[in-house]
Design a protein around this ligand. Sequence first.
Ligand SMILES: Nc1ncnc2c1ncn2[C@@H]1O[C@H](COP(=O)(O)OP(=O)(O)OP(=O)(O)O)[C@@H](O)[C@H]1O
Ligand SMILES: [Mg+2]
Length: 283
Amino acid sequence: MAILELKNIYKTYNHTKEYKGEILDNINLSIEEGEFVAIVGFSGSGKTTLVNMVNGLLKPTEGEVLFKQKPVTGTSHERGVIFQNYSLLPWLTVYQNIDVAIQQAFPKASKQEKDVRVKEHIEMVGLTHATNKRPKELSGGMRQRVSVARALSMNPEMIIMDEPLGALDALTRGNLQDEILRIWETSKRTALLITNDVDEAIYMADRIIPLNPGPKATLGPEFKVNIERPRDKTSLNDNPEYKKTRNQIMEYLMDLGEQQAAQSTVEYELPEIQPKDFRWHSK
Ligand SMILES: Nc1ncnc2c1ncn2[C@@H]1O[C@H](COP(=O)(O)OP(=O)(O)OP(=O)(O)O)[C@@H](O)[C@H]1O
Ligand SMILES: [Mg+2]
């Protein structure tokens, strides 16, 4: 049964007579309980806007978002979001940022249970040494890891991720991908991942849907990932199904990119470069 449904979503920002601000149009998406869906798309096409409507932070201009058959009217700890910009509370420590989320999700748990849960999740993202630091004392990647821990600590029914691992080095990124997959698989969650990394999408998702560039961005055709789980990252490159899916998606995205460039009304004039410009501070 569908846990999340987006029906005919149309979204504009700051709509005026002169400026339409049309970001998303005709968005229809249904995600089954337990499914892992990835949306891949170009920067600025409206991915965060889409995520924020699923999360309940934004309302669609037209259309509706249903979570468990009920309209989404605000945020809920049933949907844990890993935000693109971390969204940590700057005056709280790593411990407190996660604690706040746990207090909301498990108001009846004992103090000790909450404490164990906070510490477990800090350890999961390898930040035990930074437990008492505030966000400004952390690097971008560390903040992103706190954001991952905070979302997962709430044990949400649906994990929503808006380019969650972009700021991380390859090793940490790989570890967290596996951690998110482990939690999704063992606790039978539903996941929606926004990413611009096709390989990440194929490694993690059951189904990949491109978001075509806007204005009035729409969802493209879906690509099913028919690769057995658990997936093995090291042998993925040699997997014919992986190669096929990757080629199909890359071709689709490259065609979109070309169409976009051809439709662009802006004409760029290339500066004329004289040979002397290549000389570095020559005397
Ligand atoms: N609050 C806002 N008010 C007005 N316009 C907005 C607002 N938020 C986003 N936009 C515009 O909506 C469009 C889509 O933005 P959005 O952040 O959803 O894109 P995105 O696909 O998440 O991009 P990125 O990959 O860079 O994160 C952009 O043109 C952006 O300028
Ligand atoms: Mg975004």
